[in-house]
Design a protein around this ligand. Structure first.
Ligand code: TTP
Length: 629
């Protein structure tokens, strides 16, 4: 859902969007230089009809080869094309080389301004400060004296009719105009800075990229795709209207899906020019206040969205497609692949934790499915989320619970019993797991890391081994859908409640307090003192007869504080596999200060309920207690 943010036509920021050209192909070309300058494409891990193309070199595009083709089809129109298979691990595409190559580029681009990694091969830069500084070096009348790099003169300036022989001369004049307004001068500085950055990227990584430079993210992104490969395009404020006029609305971010269809079907709007004819009030009446204002703004090229400072991905994902006859038909096959995906995801979570001290908080399962004899193909398999517990086996277990819940709901649309006789009617055609809501562990935190890395269960499972609803999430093919390092998740935060309502089976992972995501059965949560009487905190989640976890049998709250006289703290940990027990007096309180703030508060509520006067039915117990009717 778009958010109408304050924006203004007097925006004088300098924003760039940098996008690598035919990215996966370039990564393969760097490994095998003989692929340079010839038609080439990267194909998916699936040899059916030569595999699906996911990246196509510009030389191959000249023959009419496109991403949607299969290898055999590409060979038919371009017999000398080189097809390179995407690297493979665990029976699925392994994108780590591409991710690492993307990171190399990000680290170069981040040198001149605030940098937001938008996907595996795209970056936004806020170059306002750098442009201001450059402009300050060249006071009025001086910019024209600055020697201009030849590459900068190849830039495309929107609104400047200069496609002839005098192109470079016209660009040179535009860049160095002494009488330009300040905003154009800042953009001219942006042109010079982005040229430098692109040259640096080429020199250090051998990759070419294209860029758009404008006063906001939306225009910069649209501009970067205008002239590819290895070129850059600028959109000065005076050219915005003309730049947008004939642009199909489907090309606008967030208009590729439902809202775009609605605009086309209900109002006959095809281009941004068409959209700009509607008043803000009219659009608000039709699409609501927020959407209406947002639409009115984008039709005028107004977009106040900030470039976030983020060099690392916003989420991690791992997925696989099972087209046609490969579709999954039984729970055991799904479990097999969920285990593989969990392994892959955990490896990446673990490396993010080790290298960047970041933890992900939400696990989401996405799938696509169909009913083999179903007539209603519009029903989507619901995406399901839960708090993420670290450790491969926990991720596997939680992902299976999410899958079962999603399947039950999906089959419910068709009146089919999930696990009854007709279970073979469903087919799963894609499965993916993503880890999102990634936060940094506060600096100085060390103890909590121990529990991720030293615990034998977790170490064994993680150590050795590692998303955008663009166009409404419908068009992306295999890998990109699964690895887009943006939030592609449709989170369903009501899973726990729904599972209870629909099936009578509770999903306690959904109700689990934050801290339990870290410390689940069997993990020692805090440094243990050797001796002494102690009170304990006791959590339980006994399995139901169906094998799914559920709240404790009494249903009256899974947390209890109890006093015990026992110095054998390790022995105290011999609880049922589904129970958690923490000894209050054995907890080293200094460790609590090192936990993320929201967790600190939660833990303190456990430890000092009297001093904090935990309100009835608020706090942790409320996660477990039934809601008042
Ligand atoms: P894009 O930036 O969309 O495309 P590209 O870099 O291949 O080509 P262009 O020069 O036109 O920008 O995607 C980046 C990489 O993501 C691409 O090289 C391969 C991968 N990808 C997929 O695996 N599946 C997809 O559907 C898309 C769109 C991309």
């Amino acid at each position: 859902m778009p958010v109408a943010k304050a924006g203004s036509s007097s925006d004088s920021r300098v924003i760039a969007h940098v996008d690598l050209d035919c990215f996966y192909v370039q990564v393969e070309q760097r490994k095998r230089p003989e692929l340079r300058g010839v038609p080439a494409a990267v194909v998916q891990y699936n040899s059916w009809k030569g595999g699906g193309l996911i990246a196509v070199s510009y030389e191959a595009r000249a023959y009419g080869v496109t991403r949607s083709m299969r290898g055999d089809e590409a060979k038919a129109i371009c017999p000398n094309i080189h097809l390179v298979q995407v690297p493979v691990a665990r029976g699925k595409a392994d994108l780590s080389t591409y991710r690492e190559a993307g990171s190399e580029v990000v680290s170069i681009l981040a040198r001149r301004g605030r940098c937001e990694r938008a996907s595996i091969d795209e970056v936004y830069l806020d170059l306002t400060d750098a442009a201001e500084a450059l402009l300050a070096e060249y006071p009025p009348g001086q910019l024209e004296k600055k020697p201009i790099d030849e590459e900068a003169l190849n830039s495309h300036i929107s609104g400047l009719n200069s496609m002839g022989d005098d192109h470079n001369q016209r660009v040179k004049e535009w860049i160095s105009r002494g009488d330009a307004d300040r905003r154009d001068k800042l953009l001219a500085c942006g042109v010079l800075i982005v040229t430098d950055l692109r040259k640096q990227v080429l020199q250090d990584t051998q990759f070419t990229c294209s860029a758009g430079i404008a006063h906001n993210k939306m225009l910069a992104k649209l501009a970067s795709g205008m002239h590819k490969p290895a070129q850059q395009t600028v959109v000065p404020q005076s050219a915005v209207k003309e730049f947008l006029e004939l642009l199909p609305i489907k090309k606008m971010k967030q208009l590729g899906g439902k809202l775009g269809n609605q605009l086309q079907n209900e109002l006959g709007i095809r281009t941004v020019g068409d959209l700009s004819k509607y008043t803000e009030q009219k659009l608000q009446e039709k699409f609501g206040m927020n959407n209406g204002t947002w639409l009115w703004n984008i039709a005028r090229g107004i977009n106040g969205e900030e470039v976030e400072s983020r060099l690392l991905p916003k989420s991690h994902g791992s997925g696989k497609r099972f087209p046609g006859p490969q579709s999954l038909r039984i729970v055991q096959s799904v479990e097999h692949w969920i285990n593989k995906l969990s392994e892959d995801l955990c490896e990446r979570l673990n490396s993010d934790l080790e290298q960047n001290k970041r933890i992900a908080q939400t696990l989401t399962l996405h799938a696509t499915a169909f009913i083999s004899n179903g007539t209603d193909s519009t029903k989507k398999f619901p995406s399901k989320s839960c708090p993420l517990r670290y450790g491969q086996f926990k991720v596997q277990e939680d992902a299976m619970t999410l899958f079962r819940s999603g399947l039950r709901e999906y089959l419910g649309f068709f009146g089919v019993n999930a696990f009854g006789n007709k279970q073979n009617e469903w087919r799963i055609t894609t499965l993916s797991l993503s880890a999102s809501k990634i936060v940094c562990i506060p600096s100085g935190t060390s103890s909590i890391l121990k529990y991720f890395t030293e615990d034998s269960d977790i170490t064994a499972s993680i150590k050795p081994t590692e998303e955008s609803e663009r166009d409404g999430g419908s068009k992306l093919t295999e890998v990109k859908t699964l690895i887009q390092e943006q939030d592609a998740c449709v989170l369903d935060d009501n899973l726990g409640t729904r599972a209870l309502e629909n099936t009578g089976e509770a999903a306690p992972i959904q109700r689990m307090p934050t801290i339990l995501r870290f410390f689940s059965p069997g993990d020692a949560p805090f440094p243990i003192k050797k001796q002494g009487c102690f009170k304990s905190l006791h959590f339980s989640g006994a399995p139901s007869s169906s094998g799914l976890p559920q709240l404790n049998q009494r249903g009256d709250g899974a947390i209890k504080r109890s006093a015990c006289a026992n110095s054998g703290s390790r022995a105290e940990k011999h609880l049922r596999a589904d129970e958690w027990k923490y000894d209050v007096d054995e907890i080293d309180h200094s460790v609590i200060d090192e936990l993320p703030p929201e967790i600190q508060e939660e833990v303190r509520d456990w430890l000092h309920p009297r001093s904090r006067q935990v309100k009835q039915r608020k706090g942790i117990a409320a996660y477990f207690l039934p809601k008042p009717s």
